[in-house]
Every structure is written in structure tokens, then in C-alpha cells.
Design a protein around this ligand. Structure first.
Ligand code: ZN
Length: 78
């Protein structure tokens, strides 16, 4: 028997980080956090949701920050 098991990405969600400044260009309110859940599925039936992939992007300098690089200010704005 072949077991179809895998993951697939869910709906992308974006959230503006109000009050947080970009650590790169120091502009305020330019950061947008993006999170995308990953669903684990067996035979294409979603079983559980895995940790969200999340990162923040600055609309001013286009720098992308991954969760490990978030400043405490960005964490608070999330
Ligand atoms: Zn920036």
C-alpha cells in the first residue's frame, strides 16, 4: 500500500506591523508580516497544521526578515 503523506501550503496572510521600524532603512510602518500555514495531509485529507512560515517584508527597502531576525519591536507589533 502506498501511503500518500505530505504537506501543502495554506492561505497566505499578511499583517501590517504598526509602530515597528525597519532595522535596515529605519522607516516606520513599512513592515508587513506574511504567514502561511502548512497543512500535513494523508491522502489529501488535512490532519494538522504545521507551524506557520512567517517573515516580514519592508515596503521601503524590500528587505525580508525571517522570524529569527525580528526585533523585539517587530514581535510586539505582530
Ligand atoms: Zn526597510
Amino acid at each position: 500500500m502506498i501511503l500518500f503523506f505530505g504537506t501543502r501550503p495554506g492561505k497566505k496572510e499578511t499583517k501590517k506591523l504598526h509602530g515597528a521600524a525597519c532595522p535596515h532603512c529605519h522607516q516606520k510602518d513599512t513592515l508587513t508580516a506574511v504567514s502561511q500555514p502548512n497543512y500535513a495531509h494523508v491522502f489529501w485529507i488535512p490532519i494538522f497544521t504545521l507551524k506557520n512560515v512567517s517573515y516580514a517584508e519592508c515596503s521601503h527597502c524590500k528587505r525580508v526578515y525571517y522570524k529569527e531576525e525580528f526585533t523585539p519591536e517587530m514581535e510586539r507589533a505582530l
